[in-house]
Design a protein around this ligand. Structure first.
Ligand code: ADP
Ligand code: ZN
Length: 822
């Protein structure tokens, strides 16, 4: 009988392909195996999703080329989950599966150029430098040539091929990550003593062999009867052959063992035990409810709304404890930039080395090994950013999403463009597990789900009580009006006198300061430097963006265009200018104002290297610095008792982004960063600099009134049909030349309008602020649909099938539940 397999390919094709499974491979292929299959002229790594799929007899099947891993790389649970992701986020199943595998497991094809002939005729009119390189190396990949500084055009390659100078071959490149095997010298039982080894010495001839035995004697003396082969060789300078000769005499054997690469901070050494504190009232209540839910082992999602410093992490730890007691496992999601050693340490100090961490800053090999050990049941809990929701942990009983409102849970590019919080809820439901969505500022989406009874709300309205006080007070929040300070001549660069004075007093008292310079998004928003006014679109209530080329203001939602006002409609001044000043400048201002102060800067530039982020935070935690200034990286999850002042250089940047979520995000960010102040015994203060002190965001912030503000935002969203009252799907078309991209975008619009009911609006096509990236033009469409419209995915899928998709240099991609326009 003909054996077949159906596979999911990691390319944007919606259907799965069927292949013949050659008899020789049968034994090693099962559902979830990784195999190599041909598609047209290429070879891909694919995952087997079905065995013995039905095929019509007349179909001529191609064959599976090879098996990449003989053990299944995904289990049934992840197959089901990734299939849900593919259906909901409108991508290929293979693309979703790919996201569930650690990077580097795929086998890729690469082009290799070989020197074919050295005859002068073959090399006529071809770069002599290319010839020199190829004559020396005989073969090369195009990227290697590029790195060698040989910039050769495609035409020249083609010519070289035609003239017979070079030959181009497509070859397979093995997986980038592999199990790391170490070789050890294992002493035979009879030779595990120093005496037995010494007795050998006179019988050996070569001095090299003697040197090896001497080295082994030293090793046994220090208690190691199985030293690393490489160490022994290095210490005595012996070649592999010498060691092998000794092996042949039966004295030793060379054994291979897997070395699991584990990052430094996941090793057991630095675990210090901690115990659960006595819970305060609302904490105890939350823990009680969660314990009960976990015990029932039924699906349920909870929104844990606790103010900053209310002790949410302790609630998570208690929930984890219960889960482990029931012999179940857990996943904890943390926003990428909040995944600091401090965060990890809090979990490790309670649960030791049963805590696995997956992190993008880990080396590829480390991630691969940790991933494999998670699959092998080595850990009880996995902590990581969004991709950890696809971790292959078995027997899952609890999923925690910390800072659930955080935008980094949504993947933008490439597909699958999933939202890890929503996938967490789905995975919990599939597993009959409990899901906790924690935040000091829950997303409107989650609050709406609470309102509809889908999620259950747990609140912790007070901070943890500290010595002498019933509850650490929330920090006092003060607004600084930048316009007023400017009029009083109180501005020093980006810093106002009140902020400078506040910083000064903290430095005197040996307390610490965090400054936030929010530079999120570089939209060319023009604001009045006098009063902070930014022109808004009347229809969409978003800021208009400035298009330099046409010198126009444009709404990116509806396309409304107008000329920029010469004088400000609000105050009459003519002082429009772009927003923001960078962290570097503020750093400089500070160094001049506070000579001798120790200042750390944390932004994308200062955290380029692998551990920079960790080092900066560790230094700040150890009080090696007085001031930490940074982008939103400094806002999340930091718990430093000495920080008593938080300053925000300019709150307006986030408020003016051309996005209907900009206010919600700004509120969340400011509340988050404010929460860094006064977390322990020392009271905290927050100073917010703005040109628009009257903005409603500030009055709510001052009162720490999240609920009131959220309600207000809800009303606005409802009126305009934005999420959570409507659904948003983005379509991006990119490629070149511009005219064709534009035409395809128009085609999409037509098809969408044709296929979707009239309750759905299609906005765009619009161009982003940056018209062209890497020679590609981009156009966006936004589909805005009522929540009640259930067939959105299926109908858009129809359009995907109809829209011309496989044109050279043109790509369309869909972003379901897009968080932002790009
Ligand atoms: P959140 O995550 O809500 O901002 P954390 O869990 O970080 O709050 O708690 C803030 C601080 O209070 C931490 O240092 C934590 O160890 C401590 N803490 C939490 N709960 C208690 C408690 N019940 N008693 C004493 N200290 C607590
Ligand atoms: Zn508009």
């Amino acid at each position: 009988m003909l054996r077949t397999v159906r596979v999911a390919l990691p390319i944007p094709v919606v259907k799965e392909y069927t292949y013949e499974l050659p008899g020789a491979l049968e034994a090693s292929v099962g559902i979830g195996s990784l195999v190599l299959v041909p598609v047209r002229a290429r070879v891909y790594t694919a995952i087997v999703t079905e065995l013995d799929a039905q095929v019509r007899p007349e179909v001529n099947l191609r064959r599976v080329r090879a098996v990449v891993s003989d053990e299944p790389v995904v289990n049934a649970e992840l197959l089901e989950l990734t299939r849900w992701i593919a259906r909901y986020y409108l991508c290929a199943w293979g693309e979703a599966l790919q996201a569930a595998l650690p990077a580097g497991m795929q086998t890729k094809e690469k082009v290799v150029l070989y020197l074919d002939s050295e005859s002068p005729a073959a090399w006529e009119n071809i770069s002599p430098r290319l010839y020199a390189y190829m004559a020396k190396h005989l073969k090369a990949t195009p990227s290697r040539l590029k790195r060698a500084g040989l910039r050769i055009s495609d035409e020249e390659f083609t010519k070289a091929e035609k003239q017979g100078a070079l030959q181009r071959k497509v070859e397979l490149e093995g997986p980038k990550v592999r199990a790391k095997m170490d070789r050890f010298i294992s002493l035979a039982p009879a030779f595990r003593t120093v005496t037995a080894l010494r007795d050998l010495l006179p019988q050996l001839h070569g001095t090299k062999q003697k040197a090896v035995i001497q080295e082994l004697i030293r090793s046994v003396e220090s208690g190691d009867v199985e030293p690393l082969l490489a160490d022994v060789r290095q210490n005595c300078g012996a070649g592999l052959q010498t060691v092998k000769t000794i092996e042949q005499r039966g004295i030793i054997s060379i054994v291979e063992k897997r070395d699991f690469r584990v990052p430094e901070w996941m090793r057991p050494a630095d675990i210090s035990a901690s115990k659960a504190p006595a819970f305060h009232k609302s904490q105890a209540k939350a823990v009680e409810v969660l314990h009960e839910a976990i015990e029932t082992q039924e699906y349920r999602t909870y929104v844990l709304h606790g103010v900053t410093g209310s002790g949410k992490t302790e609630v998570y730890l208690a929930a984890l404890e219960k889960t482990f007691a029931l012999k179940q496992t857990a996943i904890v999601l943390v926003p990428e930039i909040a995944l600091t050693p401090q965060t990890v340490q809090r979990f490790r100090s309670r649960f030791g080395d049963t805590v696995a961490v997956l992190h993008s800053r880990m080396a590829q090999g480390e991630r691969y090994d940790v991933w494999e050990q998670i699959r092998a049941d080595r850990y009880r809990v996995v902590i990581g950013p969004r991709s950890a929701i696809l971790a292959p942990i078995q027997n899952l009983g609890l999923i925690i999403v910390d800072e659930e409102h955080d935008g980094s849970y949504k993947q933008m590019d490439p597909a699958p463009r999933y939202h890890a919080r929503d996938v967490a809820v789905v995975r919990a439901r599939m597993r009959q597990a409990v899901c906790i969505l924690g935040s000091a500022t829950p997303s409107l989406e989650s609050l709406a789900n609470v309102g509809q009874g889908k999620y259950t709300l747990l609140t912790m309205p007070d901070r943890v009580p500290t010595q002498g006080r019933s509850a650490a007070a929330l920090p006092s929040i003060k607004i600084i009006d930048l316009c007023e300070e400017r009029d009083k001549n109180n501005l020093h660069g980006a810093l106002s006198t009140p902020l400078i004075q506040a910083i000064g007093s903290r430095l005197e008292r040996k307390e610490q300061v965090i400054l936030l310079q929010n530079r999120r998004g570089f939209a060319p928003i023009f604001e009045c430097q006098n009063c902070g006014f930014v022109p808004q679109c009347i229809a969409c209530s978003v800021s208009m963006t400035y298009h330099q080329v046409k010198q126009q203001l444009k709404c990116h939602y509806c396309g409304f265009v107008r000329n920029p006002p010469v004088s400000c409609p609000n105050c009459g001044a003519s002082a429009f200018a772009p927003l923001g000043s960078g962290t570097q400048r503020v750093f400089q201002d500070l160094s001049e104002l506070f000579r001798g102060a120790r200042i750390l800067r944390m932004d994308r530039d200062s955290t380029q290297t692998k551990n920079a982020h960790h080092e900066i935070l560790n230094a700040f935690a150890d009080y090696q610095a007085d001031i930490l200034i940074g982008t939103q990286m400094v806002a999340k999850g930091l718990d430093f008792g000495r920080v008593t002042l938080v300053g925000v250089i300019n709150c307006d940047v986030g408020l003016r982004l051309p996005d209907f979520r900009s206010e919600e995000r700004t509120f969340q960010l400011l509340m988050q960063v404010a929460g860094r102040a006064g977390r322990a015994d020392l009271p905290g203060a927050v100073l917010l600099q703005t040109r628009r002190p009257k903005h409603p965001v500030f009055s709510s912030l001052k009162k720490h009134d999240f609920d009131g503000y959220a309600q207000q935002l809800m009303k606005e969203r409802e009126a305009l049909g934005y999420p959570p009252f409507g659904r948003i799907m983005g379509v991006q078309v990119r490629g070149a030349p511009k005219r064709r991209v534009e035409r395809l975008a128009e085609k999409w619009r037509e098809l969408l309008l044709e296929q979707l009911p009239s309750t759905v609006s299609v906005l765009g096509p619009e161009q982003p602020y940056i018209e062209r990236v890497e020679h590609q033009y981009r156009y966006f469409l936004m589909i805005k649909a009522p929540k009640t419209y259930r067939n959105l995915q299926e109908d858009v899928r129809m359009v995907i099938k109809m829209a011309p998709s496989s044109m050279p240099n043109l790509h369309a991609s869909i972003n379901v539940d897009a968080l932002e326009q790009v």
